[in-house]
Ligand binder design. Structure first.
Ligand code: CA
Length: 241
């Protein structure tokens, strides 16, 4: 006999009360347990109990701190709960801004309820995969040079010392780990790692490569593992000669 599954807990962070109430109701109809915070401060207080929520639906426009800043604060504090950001804006630049702040997904207002529900399900599924090592068939760990990376536990050590690496950095590293020695174009990385299509935000990729080099290269200015391939993209070499 197995125990019935625990309901999944969501936190909706939205100051417009009608919208917040509507989201809460509809998410509860899907079987989730839903709390609402109407400011970033209220959200932070609830999130002090770090693992209490399975996902966040986070509005960008809040009365105190904006959603990007709140998300970044969470990630800096080592909280990697899935975050779906809601915003009135839908440009690729804003989407990238959300992702760089550490959001997992991004939905422009006004959105269809069905679309939000689909995004929530997919964020929770991904969360479950990450918890269930091996269940996803994806790379669970990576060792190269001085680095040890546990993708499921979100733990990174270099030379035996723990490093704080963001979710987005880890996503990119994992894609490299799954495609070693292959040249990956910036567009492929945007699309496959962060699900951004038809974007010219290729500089974002360069920024993330720079971050990986700072974390993992002995000398970030002459990389041996994360190589630039002129006019083509980047290549990951786990064990250079
Ligand atoms: Ca709002």
């Amino acid at each position: 006999m197995s125990a019935p599954p625990q309901p999944q807990r969501l936190l909706v962070v939205e100051d417009e009360e009608h919208l917040a109430a509507g989201l809460k109701l509809n998410l509860e109809l899907e079987g989730y347990v839903v709390d609402v915070a109407t400011s970033a401060r209220q959200a932070s207080e609830r999130l002090v109990r770090a693992e209490a929520y399975d996902a966040l639906v986070l509005d960008v426009m809040l009365p105190d701190l904006d959603g990007f800043a709140l998300c970044r604060k969470l990630r800096d504090a080592g909280n990697f709960v899935p975050v779906i950001m809601l915003t009135a804006r839908s440009s690729a630049a804003d989407r990238v801004k959300g992702l760089e702040a550490g959001a997992d997904d991004y939905l422009a207002k006004p959105f269809e309820l069905a679309e939000l529900l689909a995004r929530v399900r997919s964020a929770l599924r991904r969360r479950a995969w990450e918890r269930d090592a091996g269940g996803s068939g994806r790379a669970a760990t990576l060792r190269f040079a001085e680095a040890e990376v546990d993708f499921e536990k979100h733990e990174v050590a270099v030379g035996g010392e723990a490093r704080k690496v963001t979710r987005l950095e880890l996503d990119l590293l994992r894609y490299f780990a799954e495609n070693p020695l292959r040249v990956l174009s910036r567009h492929e990385i945007l699309e496959k790692v962060w699900n951004i299509r038809n974007s010219n935000q290729t500089r974002t990729v360069d920024n993330f490569i720079a971050r990986l080099r700072r974390h993992f290269e002995a000398d970030a200015s002459s990389p041996r593992h994360f190589l630039s391939v002129r006019g083509a993209g980047y290549k990951f070499i786990p064990n250079p000669e």
